[in-house]
Design a protein around this ligand. Structure first.
Ligand SMILES: O=C(O)C(=O)C[C@]1(C(=O)O)C=C[C@@H](O)C=C1
Length: 364
Protein backbone atom coordinates (compact mmCIF):
# COMPACT_ATOMS: atom_id res chain seq x y z
CA UNK A 1 0.00 0.00 0.00
CA UNK A 2 1.21 3.54 -0.78
CA UNK A 3 2.46 5.54 2.21
CA UNK A 4 -0.21 7.70 3.85
CA UNK A 5 0.51 11.43 3.32
CA UNK A 6 1.74 13.12 6.49
CA UNK A 7 -0.53 15.77 8.10
CA UNK A 8 1.68 18.46 6.55
CA UNK A 9 1.35 16.90 3.07
CA UNK A 10 -2.42 16.62 3.54
CA UNK A 11 -2.66 20.30 4.40
CA UNK A 12 -0.59 21.19 1.32
CA UNK A 13 -2.74 19.02 -0.97
CA UNK A 14 -5.92 20.55 0.43
CA UNK A 15 -4.51 24.03 -0.10
CA UNK A 16 -3.96 23.12 -3.78
CA UNK A 17 -7.54 21.86 -4.01
CA UNK A 18 -8.83 25.07 -2.39
CA UNK A 19 -6.95 27.12 -4.98
CA UNK A 20 -8.34 25.04 -7.83
CA UNK A 21 -11.90 25.25 -6.44
CA UNK A 22 -11.65 29.00 -6.34
CA UNK A 23 -10.48 29.06 -9.99
CA UNK A 24 -13.24 26.67 -11.03
CA UNK A 25 -15.85 28.80 -9.30
CA UNK A 26 -14.57 31.96 -10.94
CA UNK A 27 -14.55 30.26 -14.37
CA UNK A 28 -18.06 28.85 -13.94
CA UNK A 29 -19.34 32.32 -13.06
CA UNK A 30 -17.47 33.84 -16.00
CA UNK A 31 -19.01 31.18 -18.25
CA UNK A 32 -22.47 31.98 -16.85
CA UNK A 33 -21.95 35.67 -17.68
CA UNK A 34 -20.99 34.83 -21.27
CA UNK A 35 -23.92 32.44 -21.60
CA UNK A 36 -26.20 35.26 -20.48
CA UNK A 37 -24.67 37.52 -23.12
CA UNK A 38 -25.29 34.82 -25.74
CA UNK A 39 -28.88 34.73 -24.49
CA UNK A 40 -29.18 38.50 -24.84
CA UNK A 41 -27.72 38.30 -28.35
CA UNK A 42 -30.64 36.05 -29.29
CA UNK A 43 -32.89 39.08 -28.77
CA UNK A 44 -35.77 39.74 -26.49
CA UNK A 45 -37.30 36.28 -26.57
CA UNK A 46 -40.48 35.18 -24.92
CA UNK A 47 -39.37 32.25 -22.76
CA UNK A 48 -36.56 29.86 -21.77
CA UNK A 49 -37.55 27.50 -24.55
CA UNK A 50 -36.47 30.12 -27.11
CA UNK A 51 -32.93 30.23 -25.70
CA UNK A 52 -32.44 26.45 -25.65
CA UNK A 53 -30.05 25.12 -28.35
CA UNK A 54 -29.78 21.30 -28.20
CA UNK A 55 -27.40 21.16 -31.19
CA UNK A 56 -24.95 23.49 -29.43
CA UNK A 57 -25.23 21.54 -26.16
CA UNK A 58 -24.43 18.28 -27.99
CA UNK A 59 -21.35 19.93 -29.57
CA UNK A 60 -20.14 21.20 -26.17
CA UNK A 61 -20.51 17.74 -24.63
CA UNK A 62 -18.79 15.97 -27.54
CA UNK A 63 -15.85 18.35 -27.11
CA UNK A 64 -15.71 17.49 -23.39
CA UNK A 65 -15.40 13.81 -24.33
CA UNK A 66 -12.77 14.50 -27.01
CA UNK A 67 -10.60 16.39 -24.51
CA UNK A 68 -10.97 13.88 -21.68
CA UNK A 69 -7.62 12.29 -20.82
CA UNK A 70 -8.77 10.88 -17.45
CA UNK A 71 -8.82 10.12 -14.58
CA UNK A 72 -12.59 10.82 -14.58
CA UNK A 73 -14.87 8.89 -16.95
CA UNK A 74 -16.71 10.48 -19.90
CA UNK A 75 -20.00 9.85 -18.06
CA UNK A 76 -18.87 11.79 -15.02
CA UNK A 77 -17.47 14.74 -17.00
CA UNK A 78 -20.52 14.94 -19.25
CA UNK A 79 -22.77 14.95 -16.19
CA UNK A 80 -20.82 17.86 -14.67
CA UNK A 81 -20.84 19.94 -17.85
CA UNK A 82 -24.51 19.13 -18.43
CA UNK A 83 -25.28 20.65 -15.03
CA UNK A 84 -23.20 23.74 -15.77
CA UNK A 85 -25.07 24.34 -19.04
CA UNK A 86 -28.40 23.60 -17.37
CA UNK A 87 -27.64 26.27 -14.73
CA UNK A 88 -26.43 28.74 -17.39
CA UNK A 89 -29.66 28.34 -19.37
CA UNK A 90 -31.84 28.60 -16.27
CA UNK A 91 -30.50 32.13 -15.69
CA UNK A 92 -33.17 33.27 -18.17
CA UNK A 93 -35.86 30.98 -16.72
CA UNK A 94 -35.83 27.20 -16.10
CA UNK A 95 -37.24 25.00 -18.87
CA UNK A 96 -40.46 23.19 -18.03
CA UNK A 97 -40.19 19.50 -18.95
CA UNK A 98 -43.10 17.04 -18.74
CA UNK A 99 -42.50 13.34 -18.09
CA UNK A 100 -44.32 10.18 -17.07
CA UNK A 101 -44.58 10.60 -13.32
CA UNK A 102 -44.85 10.33 -10.42
CA UNK A 103 -41.46 11.47 -9.17
CA UNK A 104 -38.83 8.75 -9.09
CA UNK A 105 -39.56 7.17 -12.49
CA UNK A 106 -36.84 6.36 -15.00
CA UNK A 107 -38.46 9.05 -17.17
CA UNK A 108 -37.53 11.61 -14.51
CA UNK A 109 -33.94 10.29 -14.51
CA UNK A 110 -33.94 10.68 -18.30
CA UNK A 111 -35.10 14.32 -17.93
CA UNK A 112 -32.18 15.05 -15.61
CA UNK A 113 -29.69 13.18 -17.77
CA UNK A 114 -30.68 15.25 -20.81
CA UNK A 115 -31.53 18.66 -19.37
CA UNK A 116 -29.65 18.66 -16.04
CA UNK A 117 -31.29 19.52 -12.71
CA UNK A 118 -31.92 23.24 -13.32
CA UNK A 119 -35.26 22.52 -14.98
CA UNK A 120 -38.77 22.42 -13.63
CA UNK A 121 -39.94 18.79 -14.03
CA UNK A 122 -43.67 18.26 -14.48
CA UNK A 123 -44.70 14.72 -13.45
CA UNK A 124 -47.72 13.71 -15.56
CA UNK A 125 -50.14 10.78 -15.38
CA UNK A 126 -49.65 9.26 -18.85
CA UNK A 127 -47.61 9.44 -22.03
CA UNK A 128 -50.66 10.94 -23.74
CA UNK A 129 -50.75 13.72 -21.16
CA UNK A 130 -47.07 14.48 -21.78
CA UNK A 131 -47.90 15.06 -25.47
CA UNK A 132 -50.96 17.16 -24.57
CA UNK A 133 -49.12 19.41 -22.12
CA UNK A 134 -46.31 20.12 -24.60
CA UNK A 135 -48.78 20.71 -27.41
CA UNK A 136 -50.78 23.15 -25.24
CA UNK A 137 -47.55 25.04 -24.34
CA UNK A 138 -47.82 24.24 -20.60
CA UNK A 139 -44.53 22.33 -20.90
CA UNK A 140 -41.60 23.38 -23.14
CA UNK A 141 -40.54 19.79 -23.80
CA UNK A 142 -41.62 16.27 -22.89
CA UNK A 143 -39.57 13.12 -22.35
CA UNK A 144 -41.24 9.82 -23.28
CA UNK A 145 -39.88 6.25 -23.39
CA UNK A 146 -39.82 4.72 -26.88
CA UNK A 147 -37.91 1.44 -26.69
CA UNK A 148 -36.10 -0.89 -24.34
CA UNK A 149 -33.11 -2.98 -25.40
CA UNK A 150 -34.68 -6.23 -24.17
CA UNK A 151 -38.41 -5.60 -24.47
CA UNK A 152 -38.62 -3.69 -27.77
CA UNK A 153 -40.80 -0.75 -28.77
CA UNK A 154 -43.26 1.09 -26.56
CA UNK A 155 -45.99 1.19 -29.16
CA UNK A 156 -48.26 3.61 -27.34
CA UNK A 157 -45.53 6.26 -27.72
CA UNK A 158 -45.13 5.68 -31.47
CA UNK A 159 -48.90 5.77 -31.94
CA UNK A 160 -49.06 9.26 -30.42
CA UNK A 161 -47.09 10.61 -33.41
CA UNK A 162 -49.85 9.43 -35.77
CA UNK A 163 -52.07 12.29 -34.62
CA UNK A 164 -49.76 14.67 -32.71
CA UNK A 165 -48.17 17.66 -34.50
CA UNK A 166 -45.15 17.62 -32.14
CA UNK A 167 -41.57 17.15 -33.29
CA UNK A 168 -38.77 14.97 -31.94
CA UNK A 169 -35.98 17.27 -30.66
CA UNK A 170 -33.67 14.79 -28.97
CA UNK A 171 -33.05 11.29 -27.66
CA UNK A 172 -31.77 10.03 -24.32
CA UNK A 173 -30.33 6.62 -23.59
CA UNK A 174 -30.54 5.50 -20.00
CA UNK A 175 -28.97 2.39 -18.49
CA UNK A 176 -31.76 0.97 -16.38
CA UNK A 177 -30.91 -0.70 -13.10
CA UNK A 178 -33.83 -2.27 -11.29
CA UNK A 179 -33.97 -2.71 -7.53
CA UNK A 180 -36.26 -4.76 -5.31
CA UNK A 181 -37.46 -2.25 -2.72
CA UNK A 182 -39.56 -2.65 0.39
CA UNK A 183 -40.40 -1.01 3.70
CA UNK A 184 -38.64 -3.63 5.86
CA UNK A 185 -35.80 -4.53 3.49
CA UNK A 186 -36.32 -8.27 4.25
CA UNK A 187 -36.97 -10.62 1.34
CA UNK A 188 -38.66 -13.19 3.59
CA UNK A 189 -41.55 -10.72 4.24
CA UNK A 190 -42.43 -10.34 0.55
CA UNK A 191 -45.63 -11.88 -0.80
CA UNK A 192 -46.49 -9.34 -3.55
CA UNK A 193 -44.31 -7.50 -6.05
CA UNK A 194 -45.59 -4.38 -7.81
CA UNK A 195 -44.03 -2.92 -10.94
CA UNK A 196 -44.62 -1.65 -14.47
CA UNK A 197 -45.21 -4.66 -16.79
CA UNK A 198 -41.99 -3.91 -18.72
CA UNK A 199 -39.95 -3.91 -15.50
CA UNK A 200 -41.55 -7.17 -14.32
CA UNK A 201 -40.56 -8.64 -17.69
CA UNK A 202 -36.98 -7.34 -17.37
CA UNK A 203 -36.58 -9.13 -14.02
CA UNK A 204 -38.50 -12.34 -14.83
CA UNK A 205 -35.50 -14.65 -14.31
CA UNK A 206 -34.48 -13.04 -11.01
CA UNK A 207 -38.05 -13.23 -9.66
CA UNK A 208 -38.37 -16.89 -10.69
CA UNK A 209 -35.21 -17.72 -8.80
CA UNK A 210 -35.60 -15.57 -5.67
CA UNK A 211 -39.35 -15.01 -5.22
CA UNK A 212 -41.04 -17.86 -7.09
CA UNK A 213 -44.23 -17.72 -4.98
CA UNK A 214 -44.74 -13.96 -4.77
CA UNK A 215 -47.72 -12.52 -6.64
CA UNK A 216 -46.64 -10.15 -9.46
CA UNK A 217 -48.92 -7.15 -9.81
CA UNK A 218 -48.53 -4.85 -12.85
CA UNK A 219 -49.14 -1.12 -12.21
CA UNK A 220 -48.88 2.06 -14.32
CA UNK A 221 -45.30 3.02 -13.38
CA UNK A 222 -42.39 1.90 -11.20
CA UNK A 223 -42.85 4.92 -8.97
CA UNK A 224 -46.51 3.99 -8.49
CA UNK A 225 -45.25 0.53 -7.48
CA UNK A 226 -42.93 2.12 -4.91
CA UNK A 227 -45.81 4.24 -3.60
CA UNK A 228 -47.88 1.09 -3.04
CA UNK A 229 -45.01 -0.86 -1.47
CA UNK A 230 -44.68 1.90 1.12
CA UNK A 231 -48.07 0.94 2.56
CA UNK A 232 -47.47 -2.73 3.48
CA UNK A 233 -44.69 -4.85 4.99
CA UNK A 234 -45.41 -7.83 2.72
CA UNK A 235 -45.21 -5.84 -0.52
CA UNK A 236 -42.18 -4.91 -2.61
CA UNK A 237 -41.66 -2.79 -5.71
CA UNK A 238 -39.33 -3.23 -8.62
CA UNK A 239 -38.13 0.27 -9.43
CA UNK A 240 -35.07 2.47 -9.81
CA UNK A 241 -32.97 3.55 -6.86
CA UNK A 242 -34.37 7.09 -7.06
CA UNK A 243 -37.93 5.80 -6.51
CA UNK A 244 -36.61 4.08 -3.38
CA UNK A 245 -35.25 7.41 -2.14
CA UNK A 246 -38.43 9.36 -2.96
CA UNK A 247 -40.64 6.77 -1.17
CA UNK A 248 -38.14 5.91 1.59
CA UNK A 249 -37.85 2.20 0.84
CA UNK A 250 -34.94 -0.12 1.57
CA UNK A 251 -33.18 -1.96 -1.24
CA UNK A 252 -33.40 -5.75 -0.81
CA UNK A 253 -31.34 -6.35 -3.97
CA UNK A 254 -29.88 -4.12 -6.69
CA UNK A 255 -29.31 -4.60 -10.45
CA UNK A 256 -31.83 -7.46 -10.60
CA UNK A 257 -32.53 -7.04 -14.34
CA UNK A 258 -31.82 -10.24 -16.30
CA UNK A 259 -29.66 -8.47 -18.91
CA UNK A 260 -26.78 -6.33 -17.71
CA UNK A 261 -26.97 -4.00 -20.75
CA UNK A 262 -30.62 -3.14 -20.07
CA UNK A 263 -31.10 0.30 -21.68
CA UNK A 264 -34.19 2.40 -22.37
CA UNK A 265 -34.28 4.99 -25.12
CA UNK A 266 -36.41 8.10 -24.58
CA UNK A 267 -37.48 10.79 -27.04
CA UNK A 268 -37.53 14.49 -26.29
CA UNK A 269 -40.65 16.01 -27.86
CA UNK A 270 -41.24 19.69 -28.50
CA UNK A 271 -42.80 22.25 -30.79
CA UNK A 272 -39.67 23.41 -32.69
CA UNK A 273 -37.16 22.06 -35.18
CA UNK A 274 -33.43 22.63 -34.61
CA UNK A 275 -30.41 22.96 -36.93
CA UNK A 276 -27.74 20.25 -37.45
CA UNK A 277 -25.24 19.38 -34.68
CA UNK A 278 -22.80 17.43 -36.86
CA UNK A 279 -23.95 13.97 -35.71
CA UNK A 280 -27.70 13.70 -36.08
CA UNK A 281 -30.50 11.23 -36.51
CA UNK A 282 -33.80 11.80 -38.30
CA UNK A 283 -37.10 10.07 -37.57
CA UNK A 284 -39.51 9.69 -40.47
CA UNK A 285 -43.17 8.70 -40.53
CA UNK A 286 -44.37 7.17 -43.78
CA UNK A 287 -47.94 6.10 -44.61
CA UNK A 288 -48.22 3.20 -47.00
CA UNK A 289 -51.36 1.61 -48.45
CA UNK A 290 -51.01 -1.90 -49.85
CA UNK A 291 -49.69 -0.79 -53.25
CA UNK A 292 -46.90 -2.92 -54.78
CA UNK A 293 -43.45 -1.45 -54.24
CA UNK A 294 -44.65 1.43 -52.04
CA UNK A 295 -42.14 0.82 -49.26
CA UNK A 296 -39.40 0.15 -51.81
CA UNK A 297 -40.09 3.62 -53.30
CA UNK A 298 -39.05 5.10 -49.95
CA UNK A 299 -36.18 2.80 -49.03
CA UNK A 300 -34.49 2.68 -52.44
CA UNK A 301 -33.61 6.42 -52.61
CA UNK A 302 -32.35 6.30 -49.02
CA UNK A 303 -30.06 3.37 -49.86
CA UNK A 304 -28.90 4.95 -53.14
CA UNK A 305 -27.90 8.15 -51.33
CA UNK A 306 -25.87 6.05 -48.86
CA UNK A 307 -28.07 6.79 -45.86
CA UNK A 308 -27.98 4.19 -43.13
CA UNK A 309 -31.21 3.12 -41.55
CA UNK A 310 -31.14 2.47 -37.80
CA UNK A 311 -34.67 1.22 -37.28
CA UNK A 312 -37.94 0.48 -39.03
CA UNK A 313 -41.17 -0.27 -37.26
CA UNK A 314 -44.66 -0.68 -38.68
CA UNK A 315 -47.98 0.12 -37.01
CA UNK A 316 -51.57 0.12 -38.28
CA UNK A 317 -52.22 3.72 -39.42
CA UNK A 318 -55.45 4.02 -37.36
CA UNK A 319 -57.07 6.00 -40.20
CA UNK A 320 -57.71 3.58 -43.09
CA UNK A 321 -58.07 -0.20 -43.12
CA UNK A 322 -54.86 -1.97 -44.22
CA UNK A 323 -52.93 1.26 -44.31
CA UNK A 324 -49.68 1.11 -42.38
CA UNK A 325 -47.50 3.72 -40.78
CA UNK A 326 -43.76 3.05 -40.91
CA UNK A 327 -41.50 4.72 -38.38
CA UNK A 328 -38.04 4.88 -39.89
CA UNK A 329 -34.90 6.23 -38.17
CA UNK A 330 -32.03 7.22 -40.44
CA UNK A 331 -28.64 8.86 -39.98
CA UNK A 332 -28.26 12.52 -40.87
CA UNK A 333 -30.18 15.80 -40.67
CA UNK A 334 -33.10 16.83 -42.89
CA UNK A 335 -31.35 20.12 -43.83
CA UNK A 336 -28.07 18.47 -44.89
CA UNK A 337 -27.10 16.37 -47.87
CA UNK A 338 -27.35 13.49 -48.54
CA UNK A 339 -30.57 13.11 -46.49
CA UNK A 340 -31.94 16.43 -47.79
CA UNK A 341 -31.58 15.19 -51.42
CA UNK A 342 -33.07 11.77 -50.68
CA UNK A 343 -36.08 13.35 -48.97
CA UNK A 344 -36.65 15.76 -51.88
CA UNK A 345 -36.60 12.81 -54.25
CA UNK A 346 -38.99 10.72 -52.13
CA UNK A 347 -41.40 13.65 -51.82
CA UNK A 348 -41.50 14.12 -55.58
CA UNK A 349 -42.11 10.44 -56.35
CA UNK A 350 -43.43 8.31 -53.48
CA UNK A 351 -44.97 11.12 -51.38
CA UNK A 352 -46.46 11.10 -47.88
CA UNK A 353 -43.30 11.25 -45.78
CA UNK A 354 -43.40 13.32 -42.61
CA UNK A 355 -40.16 14.26 -40.87
CA UNK A 356 -40.87 13.84 -37.17
CA UNK A 357 -37.58 15.50 -36.31
CA UNK A 358 -33.82 15.72 -36.81
CA UNK A 359 -31.90 15.72 -33.53
CA UNK A 360 -28.42 15.09 -32.08
CA UNK A 361 -27.53 11.42 -31.55
CA UNK A 362 -27.50 10.80 -27.76
CA UNK A 363 -24.07 11.94 -26.53
CA UNK A 364 -23.74 9.14 -23.95
O1 LIG B 1 -24.63 28.77 -26.96
C1 LIG B 1 -25.76 29.15 -26.66
O2 LIG B 1 -26.62 29.39 -27.55
C2 LIG B 1 -26.13 29.33 -25.24
O3 LIG B 1 -27.23 29.80 -24.97
C3 LIG B 1 -25.19 28.88 -24.18
C4 LIG B 1 -25.51 27.48 -23.68
C5 LIG B 1 -24.31 27.04 -22.78
O4 LIG B 1 -24.41 27.16 -21.57
O5 LIG B 1 -23.29 26.63 -23.36
C6 LIG B 1 -26.75 27.51 -22.87
C7 LIG B 1 -27.96 27.07 -23.38
C8 LIG B 1 -28.13 26.54 -24.72
O6 LIG B 1 -29.05 25.48 -24.73
C9 LIG B 1 -26.85 26.16 -25.33
C10 LIG B 1 -25.65 26.54 -24.82
Amino acid sequence: MADQPSPADLAALRARIDGIDSNIEELILERARFARQVGQAKGDLAAAVDYYRPEREAQVLRRVIDRNAGPLSDEVLVRLFREIMSACLAQQEPLKVGYLGPEGTFSQQAVHKHFGHSVRGLPLASIEEVFQEVDAGHADFGVVPVENSGQGTIQSTLDMFLTSPLAICGEVELRVHQHLLSRTGRIEDIERVYSHPLSLAQCRGWLRQHLPNAERIPVSSNAEAARRARNADDAAAIAGESAGMVYQLKSIAGSIEDRDDNTTRFLVIGRSLFPPSGNDRTSLLVFIHDRPGALYGILEPLARHGISMNRIESRPSHSRLWEYAFFIDVSGHRDESPLKDALAEINSTAGDVRVLGSYPVAVL
